[in-house]
Design a protein around this ligand. Structure first.
Ligand code: SAH
Length: 218
């Protein structure tokens, strides 16, 4: 281990203890993944020293990499066993994708911004995540060739879960996504939906702040 890797490993251990366990998360595969994925490799060089801060960080084009706690909770709320194929909408930096790759069998991730997707693809390839499949496109349409999914994570806020994504959710599987409600001022809430037959059981989790889920690509 180089001195830099050693420092990052210590910062990860502190992050897991102070930001995740301290907020009541249980030890398990998700926290193990959070303790292993080198977050500093997914953030812009200028933000490396802040990689393990208890905060979101800026990416190119006004996008953000979510706060570690939010990444961990969204992953945990999918309730994965480990053998699922998971869909992610909003690859961004690829950090959340890497966490998912450690707790699921296959990850299908869609990003609308070609520049961000290219960077995420480079980092994920360098770290040899070969169960990750990336696509440039509008994630609101899902990835119909690979449905049904054992979990769907949407990393951008909308008013309702896109119907195509609900249609691609397998039996008993969960979709985790931030939703914007009219009656909570500009508030956004992280929501978990679980498929039961043809209905979806909705559980609001906690307030969050995300970039918008947009139509089309760039
Ligand atoms: N989870 C990411 C952060 C994602 S930020 C990480 O760990 O870094 C949200 C991302 O969603 C942005 O990169 C944005 O470009 C993307 N996005 C927004 N609308 C989208 C859509 N319709 N389809 C795919 N990606 C979308």
């Amino acid at each position: 281990m180089t001195r830099g890797e050693d420092k990052a490993a210590r910062e990860r251990a502190d992050m897991v203890r102070d930001q995740l366990l301290a907020r009541g998360m249980d030890p398990g595969p998700v926290l193990k993944a959070m303790g292993e994925v080198p977050r500093e490799m997914f953030v812009p060089r200028s933000h490396r020293s802040a990689a393990y801060d208890d905060a979101p960080l800026a990416l190119a084009g006004g996008q953000t990499i979510s706060q570690p706690y939010v990444v961990a909770r969204m992953t945990e709320e999918l309730g994965l066993r480990g053998d699922e194929r998971v869909l992610e909408v909003g690859t961004g930096s690829g950090y959340q994708t890497a966490i998912l790759a450690r707790v699921a069998a296959e990850v299908y991730s869609i990003e609308r911004d070609a520049l961000l997707l290219g960077r995420a693809s480079d980092v994920l390839a360098r770290l040899a995540y070969d169960t990750v499949h990336l696509r440039h496109g509008d994630g609101r349409l899902g990835w119909p060739e690979e449905e049904p999914f054992g979990g769907i994570l949407v990393a951008a806020v909308g008013r309702e879960p896109p119907p195509a994504l609900l249609a691609q959710l397998g039996p008993g599987a969960r979709l985790v996504m931030p939703l914007k409600y009219d009656d909570t001022e500009d508030g956004e809430v992280l929501v978990r939906l679980e498929r039961r037959g043809d209905s979806f059981h909705r559980t609001p989790l906690f307030p969050v702040r995300f970039v918008p889920l947009l139509a089309g690509t760039r």
